[in-house]
Design a protein around this ligand. Sequence first.
Ligand code: NDP
Ligand code: 2IT
Length: 443
Amino acid sequence: MLNLKNFINYVEKRNPNESEFLQAVTEVVEDIIPFLNENYPEYETLKILERLAEPERVVSFRVAWLDDSNTVQVNRGYRVQMNSAIGPYKGGLRFAPDVNLSILKFLAFEQVFKNALTSLPIGGGKGGSDFDPKGKSDNEIMRFCQSFMTELYRHIGAETDVPAGDIGVGTREIGFLFGQYKRIQNNFTGVLTGKGVNWGGSYIRPEATGYGLLYFVACIYDYIDQNLEGKTVCISGAGNVAFYAAEKAIALGAKVITLSNSSGTLYDEDGFTHEKLTYIATLGRNIDKFTEKYKSSSFHAGEKPWQFKCDIALPCATQNELNGDDAKKLIENGCKCVAEGANMPSTAEAITVFHAAKVFFAPGKAANAGGVAVSGLEMSQNSIGQQWTSAKVDTRLKAIMENIHKTCLRYGKEESGYINYLKGANIGGFVKVAEAMKSQGIV
Ligand code: NDP
Ligand code: 2IT
């Protein structure tokens, strides 16, 4: 019998000082080990869990580049190729000053389960750099991306490893990375997703994570015979995921009252509208300027959104942005549903609070899988040399999110009737990857 404590100690010993990676592994094995002891005892001798917690390959490399004042800058680039049992490694690239191996390993580990849940043939990976894009010129971003790809290109490929965006990496960066890959390899191929729609990208990819998150939340409410009409929503972040989550929430009849970034939280008691969101998009990171135009709003410097009364909370910024105290505050204020647009935004303490209060808690690996799902659809379109309409991609995205919701119900429904979405997602993702690993032998 596998023992939870022993396994966590084993992972901790092998990966010292990697707190985020340990947190992500713990969050999964707490559900997997009891399930596995009961249903798949043979996986212990096959060391399936030990293998899942060990990246197939990690590359780390120097990225040197010249800034606009002709000063040499040195950053560190990484790619964590976690698991390829069900398809080529797939997952985003993050450019942010706090990027380190622990963060990329946690993200790559989560990605393995998330990608399996989409039901598409994609393995898990993640990469990035400690490069800080804030305040950099377009030319600096381009030179950094070119230098980064000049090493990364030898480790990736349309059927090997297909990176995409994440924090600090959007269509502009994917463009510079793609241009450099094509120049080095002399090959126009689907080696990255999140490309522009007129050069190989898929419609709906920018919207996919936020839209998919709301399709998942709509499934949760549909399950209890309700809808989102009139529900109050707090969102954190003001980037790709947060923005399109807000847009879709509003379209589904909800009232979105917050957005945020690392400087603070923007609150609008009247709720954001499509017009207000369009205006926010023009403000860049200066979302506090919104209050000058809209008197119903206020900016709360240095604060998080979780103090405001809402029915639904959607953390869409970064890991560990919602702690145990925030969770308690949300519950006190009547919040009934928390769905993660970001990866691992809730701390372990916060998740314990949500489960104890029996609120719906949808983990990122299920709720934010829409982004990578449409990336998978972009890979399909590239490989057959076609581009599908927005309507077709959106319909497929919705079906994928509904299917993930069904998987969560299948493996996460408890005797009391409470749906433990975390357990459902962990087991649902695990079963597919573990069976593939077993079939492929000891590798
Ligand atoms: P963006 O770079 O577009 O936006 C990130 C947003 O989060 C910004 O508003 C940023 O504020 C805020 N933020 C980032 N770090 C912090 C921090 N430490 N404290 C407070 N706010 C912070 O990234 P995305 O929207 O793409 O990603 C957001 C989250 O969603 C991440 O966890 C990512 O892994 C996850 N995700 C992304 C997917 C995608 O397709 N893009 C798919 C699935 C998940 P500021 O500008 O001030 O830093
Ligand atoms: O966390 C994620 O799922 C992403 N950043 C998207 C990955 C992808 O390959 O589209």
